[in-house]
Every structure is written in structure tokens, then in C-alpha cells.
Write a protein that binds this ligand. Structure first.
Ligand SMILES: O=C(O)[C@H](O)[C@@H](O)[C@H](O)[C@H](O)CO
Ligand SMILES: [Mg+2]
Length: 403
């Protein structure tokens, strides 16, 4: 069996997605998600120019060999563009292998470790009250876990809060980056009040999460972790930029609030020190940005040695292809923690028909051979690409800060 052809499909049903389709000479095909929010066309160029030509004629069943051909063979290893391209190939090849085996992907990975996969939704609001209404809506929908992000008085636009009430939050909101203004002190003074209000209204059993989105220094993160300890968060996410993994050691000395990190990681080496020192509790690197199933499986196995659980990134800027493959992975992986779930729009779901389903706060994996997601290429053509950039962030004095 050989790879006969492969191509990228760029479609934008409300936001940009990049899908790689690999077709074998026997007609079986697989698809992978190659979406890198705000850098989509960089991954398309990498795939079209440097990856796809080298795939033609190869045996699609040799997933491990192809993975190393694209990783070690790249010479210029790692990085989000390279690893998203490799991930898309890997996801498509696992899709093919599972189809050839006539089984859903989770069976190929080792079978079910659980019957359902707990997810967390996003409750956001411009102020605490409107945020609590969103939390209530999620609880009514059956969510057992909710991420809570609210506006901060004195900060005009903040991460995680939709521009208009009730609209889904989409960060890539302009052709070129919009500029946000940030105040750590206003944020740190306000956020504990948000969680006090959540616990007051919803009690102790609801799993509550929060995303700091890389904006604090380690000592500020330690202060925040301590301040929210009474509210027993499920996790505090991305509290500091994680290039300097050692920074998390300082946070850990001061707080028992569980820490999650890694949605911007693209290889095991981004997380190795964090995991081996048990400086984090959840690793967020997901299939599309961290080299696919072949590599993320290794990250999860290392994490499992150190009591670290998975908590895959799952925003609307990863396509249902990534979500579908992630639900299979989540169903199998022994050290599963939680799965992020921002529901895609109806338009997106029509382009990417899939068999995973949401039920009472959990995902239920499908039984279709493969990862259970397809792409309607005719429909995809109706949504042309339109550049969209993630914002940048400045402090009140103009300093370019972390977004
Ligand atoms: O926790 C999350 O879901 C993430 O932080 C997202 O909101 C990112 O900002 C987005 O995926 C960037 O494209
Ligand atoms: Mg995040």
C-alpha cells in the first residue's frame, strides 16, 4: 500500500481551519488537523512545499518511521509550524490505520480506560454577574466543570471574554493584531472576588477552572494561587509564560492550587522539566500542535510517571478533526484529567461531520473506524480563507506584554 496523493484543505466557516487529507493507492484516506491559529498559511506552506512531496509513494502504515522522517529528517526540529504539520500527517495516518483495521482509533491505542470523557466549558462575562449567569447556563446543560473568565474593572478588553455578550469568544478577531491593554494589579485585586462569588452561588462540587493566559511573574502567580486556595480550583492555567520551566518551581513552593500548562507547547521537551519536577498537575499540549498521537502519547506516558494528568487544549480554533482524535485519545489514556470543549458552530460542524457526542458534561466516543471525523470538501470550498491574527497585549505604560 502506498500514499498516492495528499493535499491541504483551507476552509473558514466562521474561522480558519487547515486540514490535511492523505489518500492511499487503495482508496483509503485519512485526515488530520493542521490549524495553527493566526499562522495557518505557514503550516500550509510547510506541508505543501516540504512534507507532501516526500510522502508520496511511502507506506502509510509505517507511522513511526514517517514521524521520525519528518522530525529527525527536518534537521530544524520542533516549533509550532513544524510540529503542527507533523501532527496533521500523524493524525491522518492513524485514521487510515484504524480504518484498515476496521476499528475506532481508541481500540488501536489500547481500548477504553473509561466510558466517558469529562469536559469543561467556557463561562465568560464582562462582569461577575453576567459571568455567573453563564456558569448557571453551563450547569443547566449538564457540565460538571466550567472555566470562568470575567472582565476586570479598569481593563477595557481582556482575554477570554467575548466582545459582545452571548457571542462565542474568538481571539483571532482582526486581519492584523488588535491591541489590548493589561494591568496585573487590577487583575490580581479582582479575580479572587470572582471565585468567591462562584462558590457562593454554585457551592463546592462544581469543578472551576481559570486561565491566566501567561500574564504573571512567578511570584505574582504564587500570590494568586494562594488567594484562590479557599475556592478549590480544579486548575489555574498558564499562570506564567513557560519557556523558563524552572519558574514553576517557585510557584509550587507557595500554593497547592493545581497548575495546568502547555497549550502552546509543541514537544515533550517543552514540558520535560515541569513534569519530572512535578511542578504542574495537568499537561495541555494537544494532538495538533504537539506532533500528533505518536508524540503526545509519549508526553502522556512521561506525565503518568509523575502524577501529571492530561488536560487537552480544545478551543474552537482547533477543528473537529483534532477534537475527534482527542476524544479517542482521552478515552484510552490512563492518566486522563479533563478535556476542554468550546462547542464549534453549526457551520463548522457541517463542514466536519463527526461521531463524538456531548452528553451530561462528558464526551462519548464514537465507534466509526478511524477517528470518526470527516470533511465535506464541497461545503469547505464555500468558506474562503481570510487572514485573522491573534491580539497583542501592552501594559498601561505601553510595554509589549504577554497576551
Ligand atoms: O485555554 C484556551 O482555550 C486557550 O488559552 C485559547 O483561548 C487560546 O487563547 C487560543 O486557543 C489561541 O488561539
Ligand atoms: Mg488557555
Amino acid at each position: 500500500m502506498k500514499i498516492e496523493h495528499a493535499y491541504t484543505i483551507v476552509t473558514s466557516p466562521g474561522r480558519n481551519f487547515v486540514t490535511l487529507k492523505i489518500v492511499t493507492d487503495e482508496g483509503t484516506y485519512g485526515i488530520g488537523d493542521a490549524t495553527l491559529n493566526g499562522r495557518e498559511m505557514a503550516v500550509v506552506a510547510y506541508l505543501e512545499e516540504h512534507v507532501i512531496p516526500a510522502l508520496i509513494g511511502r507506506d502509510p502504515q509505517r507511522i513511526e518511521d514517517i514521524w521520525h522522517y519528518l522530525y529527525r529528517g527536518a534537521y530544524w526540529r520542533r516549533g509550532p509550524v513544524t510540529m503542527s504539520a507533523i501532527a496533521a500527517v500523524d493524525m491522518a495516518l492513524w485514521d487510515i490505520k484504524a480504518k484498515l483495521a476496521g476499528m475506532p482509533l481508541y481500540q488501536l491505542l489500547g481500548g477504553k480506560s473509561r466510558d466517558r470523557v469529562m469536559v469543561y466549558g467556557h463561562a465568560t462575562g464582562r462582569d461577575i454577574e453576567s459571568c455567573l449567569e453563564e456558569v448557571a447556563r453551563h450547569v443547566e446543560q449538564g457540565y460538571k466543570a466550567v472555566r470562568v473568565q470575567a472582565g476586570v474593572p479598569g481593563i477595557a478588553s481582556i482575554y477570554g471574554v467575548a466582545k459582545k455578550e452571548g457571542e462565542p469568544y474568538e481571539p483571532a478577531d482582526a486581519d492584523l493584531p488588535t491591541e489590548h491593554v493589561w494591568s496585573t494589579s487590577k487583575y490580581l485585586n479582582h479575580v479572587p472576588k470572582l471565585f468567591a462569588a462562584v462558590r457562593e452561588r454554585f457551592g463546592d462540587d462544581l469543578h472551576v477552572l481559570h486561565d491566566v493566559h501567561h500574564r504573571l511573574t512567578p511570584i505574582e502567580a504564587a500570590r494568586l494561587g494562594k488567594a484562590v486556595e479557599p475556592y478549590n480550583l480544579f486548575w489555574l492555567e498558564d499562570c506564567v509564560p513557560a519557556e523558563n520551566q524552572e519558574g514553576f518551581g517557585l510557584i509550587r513552593q507557595h500554593t497547592t492550587t493545581p497548575l495546568a500548562v502547555g497549550e502552546v507547547f509543541n514537544s515533550l521537551f517543552d514540558a520535560k522539566t515541569l513534569i519530572e519536577n512535578q511542578w504542574i498537575d495537568y499537561i495541555r499540549a494537544t494532538l495538533t500542535h504537539a506532533g500528533g498521537i505518536t508524540h503526545v502519547r509519549r508526553i502522556a506516558d512521561l506525565a503518568g510517571l509523575y502524577h501529571v494528568r492530561t488536560g487537552f487544549h480544545g478551543p474552537t480554533d482547533l477543528s473537529p478533526v483534532c477534537m475527534g482524535a482527542a476524544v479517542h485519545f482521552d478515552t484510552w489514556v490512563p492518566n486522563f484529567g479533563i478535556q476542554e470543549y468550546m462547542p464549534h458552530t453549526d457551520e463548522t460542524n457541517a463542514v466536519f461531520p463527526h461521531d463524538y457526542r456531548f452528553e451530561a458534561g462528558h464526551f462519548i466516543v464514537g465507534e466509526t473506524p478511524g477517528h470518526g471525523v470527516d470533511i465535506d470538501e464541497m461545503l469547505a470550498k464555500q468558506y474562503p480563507y481570510k487572514r485573522a491574527s491573534l491580539p497583542v497585549n501592552r501594559l498601561e505604560d505601553g510595554t509589549l506584554w504577554h497576551w
